[in-house]
Design a protein around this ligand. Structure first.
Ligand code: HSE
Length: 307
């Protein structure tokens, strides 16, 4: 007979929010934030899903994204996923551009890995997550932490984790309107001018150099993307004003977080509280009911621990 919920060992997986693209790194660069979805789980007699906060848009059955990712992981490993109990503590807002789907996918893979004792490496977890998500820029930092530069070469993902050091943190401007990644991707052109592609190459080199040299003054130029932001900004009420106010307060630079609608400002970690306080006040004047969410940078990615 199987153990009841209270007897089976309970684990908890914490997966960080992520900000993808980082300006010019469309589908390529991503950063792990200090905001987490946490899921407590253990083997049980039946699949039981609870939410710490009620949310009618999260399915409590086999349609749940965490369950789907866990099931696919078991399938990839040629194993049967046992029924399990889980309780979701979701702190990453959904459809916000902060990697909530990627966090669910990564959580599901870690749940299957733990319940089935698969001992998957981070690279194996990344390959599974990339297959489910379709691009690596959110899932890689959710797994590895820090700033990840990714190359998706026909499904084989190469990830370089750049150590993030020095006086740097983030402040997210988060509006009250949602924007689906599907809608934001539909706004993109099929082709771009060669000059714009070349511009983005230089931005990516600058972004990488900024983090390796800790010369974060380079970020204002590095974030001047021409491949996706010009085509998406009309979907973000207040886009130009958010950038203007962040600049006035001394941000290194501001870009759309993932596919939006949130926007990410790089700021000095030593000014995290004062910047957030002033930015919150400035955002009140901008249509869209934006709020400021401060975040340090997560260095280690997802972790599983005994609850
Ligand atoms: N790179 C993706 C995009 C991130 O911008 O569409 C959102 O999943």
């Amino acid at each position: 007979m199987k153990e009841s919920i209270s007897q089976a060992p309970m684990h908890i997986v914490h997966v960080p929010a992520t900000s993808a693209n980082l300006g010019a790194g469309f589908d390529t660069a991503g950063l792990a934030l200090d905001i987490y979805n946490s899921i407590a789980f253990c083997e049980a007699d039946t699949l039981t899903i609870e939410l710490a906060e009620p949310n009618p848009s999260i399915p409590l059955d086999e349609r749940n994204l965490i369950y789907i990712a866990a099931k696919q992981t078991a399938d990839f490993a040629g194993r049967i996923l046992p029924p399990f109990y889980m309780k979701q503590y979701n702190n990453i807002p959904m459809a916000s551009g902060m990697g909530s789907s990627a966090a669910c996918i990564v959580a599901g893979i870690y749940i299957a890995d733990t319940l089935l004792n698969l001992w998957l490496s981070k690279k194996q977890i990344l390959d599974i997550a990339n297959q489910i998500e379709g691009h690596p820029d959110n899932v890689a930092p959710a797994i590895y932490g820090g700033l990840c530069i990714n190359q998706n070469n026909g499904g084989n993902v190469l990830t370089l984790q750049i150590p993030v050091k020095g006086d740097i943190a983030c402040c997210i401007a988060y509006p009250d309107f949602a924007l689906s990644t599907h809608e934001a991707r539909k706004a993109l052109p099929q082709q771009v001018p060669m000059a714009d592609a070349v511009h983005n190459l230089s931005c990516m080199a600058l972004l990488t150099a900024a983090f390796y040299t800790q010369d974060y003054s380079l970020l204002s130029s590095a974030l001047t993307d021409r491949l996706h932001q010009p085509y998406r900004k009309h979907l973000l009420t207040g886009y130009d004003q958010v950038i203007k106010e962040a600049n006035k307060l001394g941000a290194y630079g501001t870009c759309i977080s993932g596919a939006g609608p949130s926007m990410l400002s790089f700021i000095k970690e030593s000014e995290l509280s004062s910047f957030t306080e002033s930015f919150s006040i400035a955002l009140r004047e901008i249509p869209g009911n934006w709020i400021a969410i401060p975040s340090r940078i997560n260095a280690n990615g997802a972790i599983v621990e005994e609850a």
